[in-house]
Design a protein around this ligand. Structure first.
Ligand SMILES: O=C([O-])CC(=O)C(=O)O
Ligand SMILES: [Mg+2]
Length: 219
């Protein structure tokens, strides 16, 4: 039940991420707006929580921040409809999809998988479990991210191309979603590089005084 989801990171079997789910972000990287969800995965070893650091692998120098709304699955589901999708949700979290953009571009150009550019250790900084009751899917959540105190990203979940129910219905057609799984729903515009020594602060705000903050140093 939802209570065991407080430690969703320790039971999570898969982190499924969605790419280009905000048209302004698709455009800023010169990508077309997708007609069906673009899905990829991160290993669960990508999780990092406060107060630990995001670690940039030694030979990389173009690590980008992507702030994202995370959806945590409670009830196992397979091939659910959009209407049934909400019942499978246990809660939410704030997360980052850290991405080595040069490597991702290289891989993209060759038509190869993005895994390494988005799945390295500490590529999924993640906040605490937020119970489902705290956020209504019919409302919009504002997601934002600052680097060293400067606002870089700000977006609203209402601007997602594919809604949370759309995504659960689509993914569960092909992949069984299990208790503790995390879905990252894509990043709004404003992605950009971080350097060693930078401070990333991210937050989300919404109806009923929803306010959640997290911060990570980049090392
Ligand atoms: O790297 C990308 O641009 C795809 C992605 O993860 C996103 O849109 O959130
Ligand atoms: Mg992303």
């Amino acid at each position: 039940m939802a209570d065991s989801l407080k430690n969703f990171r320790s039971i999570c079997k898969k982190i499924i991420a969605v790419g280009r789910n905000y048209s302004e972000h698709a455009s800023e990287l010169g990508n077309t707006v997708p007609t069906k969800p673009i899905i990829f995965m991160k290993p669960t070893t990508a999780f990092v929580t406060e107060p630990n650091d995001i670690r940039i692998p030694a030979d990389w120098d173009e690590l980008h921040h992507e702030v994202e709304f995370g959806v945590i699955i409670d009830k196992q589901c397979q091939n659910v409809s959009k209407e049934e999708a909400e019942a499978s949700i246990g809660g939410y979290c704030l997360a980052l999809d850290m991405t080595e953009r040069n490597l991702q571009n290289e891989l993209k150009d060759q038509g190869l998988p993005w895994l390494l550019s988005k799945g390295f250790d500490t590529s999924c900084p993640c906040g605490d479990f937020i119970p489902k009751e705290k956020i209504s899917l019919s409302s919009s959540v504002n997601l934002w991210l600052n680097v060293n105190g400067n606002r870089k990203q700000s977006g609203h979940t209402r601007d997602m191309i594919f809604s949370v129910p759309d995504l659960i219905a689509y993914i569960s057609k092909y992949i069984t979603l299990e208790h503790g799984d995390l879905i990252l729903t894509g990043t709004p515009a404003g992605v950009g590089p971080v350097r060693r020594g930078d401070l990333i602060e991210a937050g989300m705000e919404g109806e009923h005084d929803l306010k959640y903050l997290m911060k990570f140093n980049v090392a």
